[in-house]
Write a protein that binds this ligand. Sequence first.
Ligand code: NAD
Length: 490
Amino acid sequence: MADMIHIDGHPISPDHYINGRRVASSETFETFCPVDQKVLGRISAGLDEHVDAAVSAAQAAFPGWAALGAAGRLPYLERFAEEIGKREEAFALAEANDAGVLLSRMRHGIVPRAMLNITWFAKEALTLQDRVIETTQAIHQVRHDPAGVCAIITPWNSPLMLATWKAGPALASGNTVVIKPPEWAPLTTSLLADAADAAGLPPGVFNIVQGMGATTGARLVADPRLARISFTGSVPTAKLVATAAAANLVPCSLELGGKSPFIVLKDADLDAAAATGALMYRNAGQVCLAGTRFLVHESIRDAFVEKMRAVVANLVVGDPRDPATEVGPIIHPRQVERVAGFVERAKAAGATTLWGGERHDFGPQYFQPTMFCDVANDAEIVQQEVFGPVLVMQTFASDEEAIALANSTVYGLGGICYGEQAHAQTVADQVRTGFIWINSFTIRDLAAPFGGRGQSGVGREGGEWSFDFFCDVKDVITPKQPFKASFAHR
Ligand code: NAD
């Protein structure tokens, strides 16, 4: 059994939340702060019985929750968002402490976004049943029937944002959920259960099972009672999840890693591009959608390097709980070693270090914002996701070359293209990716689709794409003329 965790006076349960109750495990695991390695507490590790109980609870709650309809669910979900808002400081401190996310970003960006993830989809669901397709012979009423129990598996780099981004549309459209939070950053998901509880969500509608991926997560995704699996995480884990899902023919949505291009065309505003370029070190580079592969036109390469070097030199690396900090820690010693391994191998392969390239003296889980160049296109540092503050730069001589380089990895998640608008648009249109920002970054509207191509994912979430995924789409067909049964009829 694990004790209650306290973060700056805010209590956080270490336990699962199943059928409207906190449930403890006999087995626990440690969670600690990446800034100073201080142990924050121990978390219940979900055993088979907890996963089974959570899915059973979600299954039992499903008919009642689905029957409420979108209008009936709306007040519950609005209260859920309000309860998240009431706990804003607890959420912000929890994720700053266990994941190392900037406290200021939690307060001003992520917690408000988590609330919106719930309310936006809850309101949008009101119009879900309105879609009608009319042809000469029939009226098709397109129904979005809730699918059932949805498993939600989230990674450690943005656990609160991602849990609500998935639970929002799943719940709004009448499903019940079982969330398996990341073992390296479990605290904010636990707080979500407090908010759901205070909002009066019926028992079993919203469940959380804490635990390790290889045990708790694997048990959950193998459960044949699931109707959907929504997974965000790494490519190797996604293959395991997809294999488990395939065994039961459960549809799954996979949001995975990337090595997205950051293209700087010769007519780009270099100051703007350099300022945005430095944002790739946000969250210590542990951001799936970051443009980590810089492709810079050879004619402006030196000028761009000097501008970005100047911005990066002023980045404040430090404690994410300090409002001045811009770049925080790497989540876990294992991830630090992974990042260091990429850096050592890049150097061994002959890459030139433009800046950084060493561990940062702020603490053992810190790495300097780093940029490599002079690398072959097939080098590991160009082709593989590092998921740390390590970027790589290549040059190109023509748009065709830029596009060919941008499309030369196995990934296809995001992209950024700086240049004169029409020029950037032409290039962006030819990049093989799920989304690409022109002269901007991180604009994420909830109505828009999000997801990746190639090894970056399968399926899209966001807006109507979330509802299409979390629902069984049904066509109710009424003929315009009386139907005459005939074997000759089409
Ligand atoms: P991960 O794949 O190691 O773990 C993700 C989640 O899966 C965790 O909750 C983990 O416990 C669970 N898990 C592990 N093994 C499992 C199994 N066998 N069955 C079921 N669940 C299992 O990923 P991570 O290291 O936590 O996250 C980093 C990765 O996530 C990066 O590759 C990053 O690019 C990606 N990511 C993608 C997006 C996106 O939207 N495309 C967003 C954020 C992060």
